[in-house]
Design a protein around this ligand. Structure first.
Ligand SMILES: [Zn+2]
Length: 467
């Protein structure tokens, strides 16, 4: 039989970097996108969001989203604005998070365009947003929830399966099944691989066999420290004893929920005194509710606790700051106090006005719990900056700044290898994606040396025939 249609895969993002995840799968005349993410970070990358993706929307039959993070989902409203009206497949948890995250991303795009017009720094007049809140709302209409491990036909002759990978609520690997010359073949994208033994969510599931594998490599060349919870405990004890303030810039989805859960556990175990914890991020508040609602994703401990006393993602003295007025009022609150607020790298959001208010005070502690990308205020703080520019002012930094790396939502090298060890037989070919060049090439070497698999680092825009 030789009348099979040509089948191929093209890397349109998250190849040579960690953002802009987009893999174009072609099966004859039909095409499908696995992930539809925004490029973020350096300007050169962000500009890619403005150049047309080489996807013929008339041939695009489906979009599959592995999870809700904007670098995997945030380009969807752009293709919807350009005319895409087909289905978007994602897990129920992802669909719910997207209802919060996509309108928020659109709102930021609109704000940025307004700011550029006001300050006339854009060469385009008037500056336009990449997409609008209306485009985001239209994208949400296209969502088709698909439960973990339930196969669904996503376009003619191609079916999809999600597999649980931890990382954040709803996150899955995506496995496509299709026929070539009458033979069943599969392509598996790991999505963002989470970690083992972390609170709230179940561990990654064992991997199914596959012919072609895409494996993420964000931390492909690193191993996470194991003692982050001890570090957090000591910091909170010190803040309580000194009656001072702890500010934690944290991603609203995932990291904030894990922090609250861990703080509550320490309180229950009598390891730290109860002090007020302010959750000052509207998106974090909504995301926490979504986390609590999706019981199908809860691990054993989370399920046990939920059945006894309601959702355990809540500290004993938790204060929710919903409105801007409530957020501003926190400025007058004396310690001891913990403020958890977005954004995680202090690039924007409400955390800025807390930092502006409290960084000049040597009694304040700032705790960085996530990856701080180059060029962000979080990175400057981590590197020991003595002053920071924010909200139109130069703010002196007299607070003490601490860093805990172990709260990452991504598998480290050991955990990636643990997951790869669950394959019953090696994939025919493995492509390393979603990593900075050093992380991706190190992981590829390790896979080649230790597992003796066929492996290659994916290149941006590279197209591979699947046959
Ligand atoms: Zn992610």
């Amino acid at each position: 039989m030789t009348n099979s249609p040509p089948v191929s895969l093209q890397f349109l993002g998250a190849a040579g970097g960690v953002t802009g995840s987009k893999y174009l799968f072609s099966y004859g005349d039909d095409q499908l996108l696995i992930d539809c993410g925004l490029f973020q970070g350096l300007k050169e990358l962000r500009q890619r969001n403005w150049t047309a993706v080489p996807v013929d929307l008339a041939r695009l039959r489906a979009v599959v989203l592995t999870h809700a993070h904007i670098d995997h989902s945030g380009y969807l409203p752009r293709i919807v604005a350009q005319g895409y009206q087909g289905p978007v497949f994602a897990t129920p948890g992802t669909c719910d998070l997207l209802k919060v995250m996509l309108p928020d991303a659109a709102h930021l795009q609109e704000e940025e365009a307004r700011y550029a017009n006001r300050n006339e720094y854009s060469k385009h007049k008037p500056a336009l947003p990449l997409y609008t809140v209306h485009d985001a709302e239209r994208s949400l209409q296209l969502l088709r929830p698909v439960r973990n491990a339930e196969p669904v036909e996503v376009m003619p002759n191609v079916s999809l399966n999600f597999g649980r990978v931890g990382h954040i609520l709803g996150a899955g690997s995506a496995r496509l099944s299709f026929k070539i010359d009458g033979q069943q073949k599969t392509l598996l994208d790991s999505g963002d691989l989470g970690r083992y033994g972390r609170p709230i969510l179940k561990d990654p599931e064992p991997a199914p066999n596959t012919d072609w594998l895409l494996i993420e490599s964000t931390y492909g060349n690193r191993v996470h420290p194991k003692d982050s919870e001890n570090g957090l405990r000591e910091i909170i004890k010190e803040v309580a004893a000194r009656r001072s303030c702890l500010i934690v810039p944290a991603f609203a989805v995932g990291r904030t929920q894990e922090l609250i859960y861990v703080i509550r556990k320490m309180e229950d175990d009598g390891e730290i005194p109860t002090i007020p914890v302010h959750i000052d991020s509207p998106m974090a508040i909504e995301a926490t509710e979504i986390y609590c609602r999706h019981t199908e994703e809860h691990d054993f401990e989370m399920a046990q606790l939920s059945s006894h006393e309601g959702c355990p993602i809540s500290s004993r003295h938790m204060v929710i700051d919903r409105t801007p007025e409530q957020s501003k009022a926190v400025n007058d609150v004396k310690g001891p106090i913990i403020i958890i607020s977005a954004s995680g790298m202090a690039t924007g959001g409400r955390v800025l006005h807390h930092l502006k208010q409290r960084l000049p005070d040597p009694e304040t502690t700032v705790l960085l719990v996530g990856y701080q990308a180059e060029g962000t205020r979080g990175r400057s703080l981590q590197d020991g900056a003595k002053e920071l520019k924010m909200l139109g002012e130069i703010v002196p930094v007299r607070a003490s700044v601490k860093v805990l790396d172990g709260f990452s939502a991504h598998a480290d090298q050991d955990e990636i290898l643990r997951w790869l060890g669950t394959f019953k037989k090696p994939p025919r070919m493995t492509y390393v994606v979603h990593g900075e060049p050093a992380a991706a090439s190190t992981l590829a070497e390790v896979i080649r040396d230790r597992l003796s698999w066929n492996v290659e680092v994916a290149k941006y825009q590279q197209k591979i025939p699947l046959q």
